[in-house]
Write a protein that binds this ligand. Structure first.
Ligand code: HEM
Length: 482
């Protein structure tokens, strides 16, 4: 009886304490659903259902560009918030321990460093390998061109049937990234192997639920990990793991590669650090580029977008020798693809620095978790992106509003911690589209349903719901009748 009373009083005390702190919080001025003042359970529920991005977007549509999504968490969607959170002081606010989930072999990589100084130290070693001047070097570009040609061969072979782009584009991205990281030890073999089971192994999409439990309830995860894995099996990538461990130990990589720099005298990294950094860049560069291309080519193949596909084909066939970065409509298609279907659509969480900060007129105490998500940043301001859910590449060709659109383009994030692989990703995407759409019309295969390509949130990136995307490739007549 006494113990029941004790439990009752304890629960009452906790409830009163929670209510008092909730009601006194300076975040109460920020709009949002009433329950977000008291609990993060609703947010977590949506995370577990792979639906966090759409849930937060719905809240932005209802409450505006600043929304409180949990007792100590606020989401923003304005250009001023993006600038403050991700660019102030160069690289913005420090990352939260959410990024611990992405440690590789137990090591912190550039992506997983939390504070500015650690990040700057690692970035000094790495950054020049991803500068555009390095990406456009012939040895680097030829590697991508070779892989795009290889992809086109698979398209020709599929004529009369269909090709699962989800699998083949991941294989293309795998081959491109390993070229940039390790040449001459990179692969050009996955597409050659033509083995879908092997190619599926290179997608890194881990079990979302399993990783979320590890993040929110580490003790439960440790104790019940074995049981949980029966329901939510952790994703294993033995192919990439062993490939990276073997390859990153090799010396003599080409001067444009990441491996060459990591082994260089300025890096002072041990072998496991080098392997971790390399694997991390593969994780960062394969699913993102593969999924972004997959969503984009699916969209271009829809009846509503067929006139854009035709316009792209015309530009490419009228300029057969033009470089991938000198084609305005191709650029507009890629920008619009990344706006509508950003491969990392969700929140990139950061901590408000000591002393607190004011963002979009709201004061936020130190330690508050703040974030922007590309999915909403690309949609909420209709004066910049009218008809925001529609795929309209032409919007990127209008001089009016150009600066505003670019300011709100967040697919690669922005500031010092934005995507270091952006130039490589754009080169891979544009060279592949150039190779494909100067030769083919693409159409959805009859076995595909619209729901298959719904966005499914993973831990940080999103992928097509069904993890497949079958398209048919119809060869075009040779250009100029030749
Ligand atoms: C369409 C393709 C891609 C998209 C949409 C994309 C997007 C992003 C975003 C949004 C971030 C910031 C993440 C955060 O703050 O949590 C990021 C960071 C990063 N990305 Fe990409 N990425 C792409 C391709 C690549 C490629 C090809 C590579 C390299 C092979 C790469 C390497 C990285 C690395 C290393 C970081 C961490 C940067 C840092 O912390 O300084 N990404 N990417």
């Amino acid at each position: 009886m006494m113990s029941l009373l004790l439990i009752g009083f304890s629960l009452l005390f906790i409830a009163v304490h929670t209510l008092r702190t909730s009601l006194a919080s300076p975040l109460n001025k920020i709009p949002g659903p009433w329950y977000a003042k008291f609990t993060s359970l609703v947010l977590k529920w949506h995370e577990f259902r792979a639906n966090r991005t759409r849930y937060i977007h719905r809240l932005h549509l209802e409450y505006g560009q600043a929304v409180r999504i949990a007792p100590d968490e606020v989401a923003f969607a304005s250009a001023t918030a993006v600038k403050e959170i991700y660019c102030s002081g160069g690289s913005g606010y420090d990352k939260t321990n959410f990024y611990d989930l992405f440690k590789v072999y137990g090591k912190r990589t550039m992506f997983t460093t939390l504070n500015k100084d650690d990040h700057a130290k690692r970035k000094r070693v790495i950054a020049d390998r991803y500068a555009n001047t390095n990406i456009v070097r012939p040895q680097s570009l030829n590697g991508i061109a070779e892989r795009a040609t290889n992809f086109v061969m698979r398209c020709y072979e599929s004529v009369g049937g269909s090709l699962d782009l989800y699998v083949y584009l991941h294989a293309y991205a795998f081959d491109c990234v390993t070229h940039h990281l390790f040449h001459p030890y990179g692969t050009n073999s996955l597409l050659d192997a033509h083995d879908e089971a092997v190619m599926r192994e290179v997608t890194f999409d881990d079990s979302l639920q399993n990783r979320l439990v590890a993040y929110y309830w580490p003790t439960i995860h440790k104790v019940f990990g074995q049981i949980l894995s029966l329901f939510a099996k952790p994703r294993e990538t033995p192919l990439a793991d062993s490939f990276v461990l073997d390859t990153s130990a090799k010396t003599g990589a080409a001067p444009f590669t990441l491996l060459d720099r990591l082994h260089g005298s300025s890096s002072q990294l041990d072998q496991l650090d080098i392997a971790a950094e390399c694997l991390d860049h593969m994780v960062a560069g394969i699913d993102t580029t593969g999924d972004a291309l997959c969503f984009l080519m699916w969209e271009l193949s829809q009846p509503a977008s067929m006139h854009y596909q035709r316009k792209l084909q015309q530009e490419l066939r009228a300029n057969p020798t033009a470089s991938f970065d000198k084609l305005p409509f191709l650029d507009a298609v890629v920008m619009e693809g990344l706006r509508c279907f950003p491969a990392i659509p969700m929140s990139l969480p950061r901590h408000v620095p000591s002393g607190g900060r004011t963002i979009d007129t709201f004061y936020l105490p130190e330690g508050t978790e703040v974030s922007c998500q590309a999915y909403s940043v690309h949609r909420v301001d209709r004066s910049v992106f009218p008809d925001p859910d529609a795929f309209k590449p032409d919007r990127w060709l209008e001089p009016k509003g150009d600066a505003e659109r670019k300011r709100l383009f967040f697919a690669f994030a922005t500031g010092g911690r934005g995507c270091v692989g952006k130039h490589l990703a754009l080169a891979e995407m544009k060279m592949l589209l150039q190779s494909v759409y100067s030769r083919f019309t693409t159409l959805p295969d009859a076995t595909m349903k619209p729901i298959d390509l719904e966005m499914s949130d993973q831990l940080i990136s999103s992928r097509p719901q069904a993890q497949k995307c079958r398209l048919r490739f119809v060869p075009l007549e040779p250009a100029n009748g030749k």
